[in-house]
Design a protein around this ligand. Structure first.
Ligand code: IPE
Ligand code: IPE
Ligand code: MG
Length: 259
């Protein structure tokens, strides 16, 4: 027997996917504006990048204190290879220096490090440092710090599709079994929850090939602050704003039923 559709009004409404006042599990940041920060001071762009490392330290510390589960930082995009060679070298060296100088501190603070992005075209010594950082922090269970380095969303999807194609060709997966979950399992972020909040500093409002698949339902924030000036208060502001958003994931927003 079909029930009266109006009777649905009495059915308890499903819980809202993300309750107002909620804290994002995963915050991802496009750290932009280092060059402009330096330009405004008449300094070389590379100094802006160096200054940006201090913001990284502030934000990592604060995200841990705020009990954010995952913090992803976009540090170098595949498209950033198109910059002048000296700037590319500086950005490469910055990752080297950051791991060398901060790894012990991060270990002491129970941070787990993961690096996403292609590894084939970066210097072998950097790959070695990345592997060391990941191995030595693997068992930590505090903040998960994900560095997107030599990362591009389309590249990540293409690499995942290639691995999946090999698995299908080898008979490990039936072609008809390929779905969203199988593809996601081949992404660099397979073990991570999707970002809830994506912040891009410097006022630019674009995603520049960052976490394309994973950000399908992310909330966005575009603070005008240049990355080297970004700190705890700016992160708190973005978190407070996030808490006011109503996430719907395509469903009908929850309303309180009138008597
Ligand atoms: C972000 O700052 C850092 C990286 C892209 C590595 P930019 O270097 O893009 O700074 P702007 O956008 O030129 O100011
Ligand atoms: C995005 O910033 C990449 C990183 C922050 C690492 P860009 O400055 O490279 O992006 P576009 O070129 O302005 O889109
Ligand atoms: Mg930029």
């Amino acid at each position: 027997m079909r029930s009266d559709p109006l009777a649905n009004a009495a059915v308890p409404v499903p819980e809202e996917p993300s309750a107002p006042g909620g804290l994002p599990r995963h915050v991802a940041i496009i750290m932009d504006g280092n060059g402009r920060w330096a330009n405004r001071r008449g300094l070389p762009r590379t100094l802006g990048h160096r200054k940006g490392i201090e913001a990284v330290r502030r934000v990592v510390r604060h995200a841990g204190e705020r009990r954010i589960e995952v913090l992803t930082l976009f540090a170098f995009s595949r498209e950033n290879w198109n910059r002048p060679k000296a700037e590319v070298n500086e950005l490469m060296s910055l990752l080297r220096r950051f791991i060398r100088s901060d790894l012990e501190d991060l270990i002491a603070n129970n941070v787990q490090i993961q690096v996403i992005g292609g590894r084939d075209d970066i210097d072998k010594d950097i790959v070695g440092l990345i592997e060391e950082a990941e191995a030595r922090t693997r068992l930590n269970d505090g903040l998960r710090l994900v560095l997107a380095f030599n990362y591009g969303g389309r590249d990540e999807l293409a690499r995942a599709a290639r691995k999946l194609a090999f698995a299908v060709a080898a008979g490990q997966i039936a072609p008809e079994a390929v779905n969203e979950d199988t593809l996601a399992a081949y992404l660099d972020t397979a073990a991570l929850p999707d970002p809830d909040l994506v912040i891009r500093t410097s006022g630019e409002q674009r995603i520049s090939n960052f976490l394309l698949w994973q950000s399908a339902y992310a909330e966005y924030a575009f603070p005008a602050t240049l990355w080297p000036d970004f700190g705890a208060a700016h992160l708190d502001e973005a978190l407070a704003d996030y808490a006011t958003r109503q996430r719907r994931f395509g469903a009908v927003p929850v309303t309180i039923a009138k008597p």
